[in-house]
Design a binder for this molecule. Structure first.
Ligand code: DGY
Length: 320
């Protein structure tokens, strides 16, 4: 008898067909008003779940006693309690590697957009303010030749370091639990304590995964250590930063600006003070959101699911 999968993310026809050849697939559209109710109805009897952007907590997992595998279409696994999954004997898989370069591109897009005030000045032109040549009030700051501080030197951190060193002639400093001799050799990166990174970097880019150790990593004290001309870039998770402390630092111009792709609450509320600040570029968690990369992530998630259902250990098992 075929195993049962609940799919809560849309897949391309070819990927859906691959899953359907191996399993009985129930599709749930969480964007519909009855999406969560339909998911709850589908959980009893499900052997596999495939999707993203949903906190699969104990109240949902309790409804799925047959569950063997969750294939997350994401690299981040902060939506899952891995200790609880271990206890239940559920394998979790994710989609690393395929999104590394695209997410690093997002980081650099935010670095350039904030430093050169791209969004603010494009809106300024649109609003009819470009009446004469630019003056100091519209000047931005350089990116090339500056110091990039990368917090978390995983795959995405390394891809940022490559762009910074090879493309922009930047000095790279980083903070991570373990030294990365390869990154140091290739890009001249220097590993420093977090306080030193905050004090020295012109751009502080957060790439750490969200965990108990990184939640609130950047708070008032850390923001106070940054240079007044420095810019904070967050492409990791919103909760790595104390958002109110950041709003205060931006409102008082304690730091120059912020490029934020992730927020404590997503979608970001339209009345968030962050959206009133000209020195903030806020994007809707576009980290990996290109057609090619999202398709590659979906393919990876399907491969992981099919391997698990066939009784093999998936290439990207996070636990088990
Ligand atoms: C991930 O995969 O965790 C990213 O945040 C999605 O863009």
């Amino acid at each position: 008898m075929k195993k049962r999968i609940v799919l809560y993310k849309a897949l391309s026809h070819d990927l859906l067909a691959r899953l359907q050849a191996a399993a009985e697939v129930t599709t749930v559209d969480l964007a519909r008003p009855d999406g969560m109710a339909r998911l709850r109805d589908a959980l009893p009897g499900a052997h596999g779940l495939l999707g993203a952007s949903l906190r699969l907590d104990a109240s949902l997992l309790d409804l799925a006693p047959e569950l063997e595998v969750i294939s997350s279409v994401s690299v981040g696994v902060d939506n899952y309690d891995i200790t609880d999954l271990d206890r239940r004997g559920i394998v979790l898989t994710n989609t690393p590697d395929v999104l590394t370069e695209t997410t690093a591109d997002t980081g650099f897009a935010l670095i350039l957009a904030t430093a050169r005030r791209v969004v603010e000045l494009a809106n300024w032109v649109r609003d009819g303010h470009w009446q004469s040549s630019l003056g100091p009030a519209q000047f931005g700051s350089d990116v090339h030749g500056k110091t990039l501080g990368i917090v978390g030197m995983g795959r995405i951190g390394e891809a940022l370091a490559r762009r910074a060193a090879a493309g922009f002639g930047m000095q790279v400093i980083y903070h991570s639990q373990r030294p990365k001799p390869d990154v140091e050799a290739r890009y001249g990166a220097r590993r420093v304590a977090l306080d030193a990174l905050l004090a020295q970097a012109d751009f502080v880019c957060l790439t750490v995964p969200l965990s108990a150790a990184t939640e609130g990593l950047i708070g008032r004290k850390e923001l106070a250590l940054m240079k007044p001309a420095a810019i904070l870039i967050n492409i990791s998770r919103g909760r790595v930063v104390d958002e109110q402390a950041l709003i205060d630092a931006l409102e008082t111009r304690r730091i120059r600006g912020a490029g934020l792709d992730v927020f404590v609450q997503e979608p970001l509320a339209v009345d968030s003070p962050l959206l009133r600040l000209a020195n903030v570029v806020a994007t809707p968690h576009i980290g990996s959101a290109t057609e090619d990369t999202r398709q590659a992530m979906a393919r990876c998630a399907v491969d992981n699911m099919l391997a698990a259902l066939a009784g093999r250990r998936p290439a990207n098992a996070v636990n088990g």
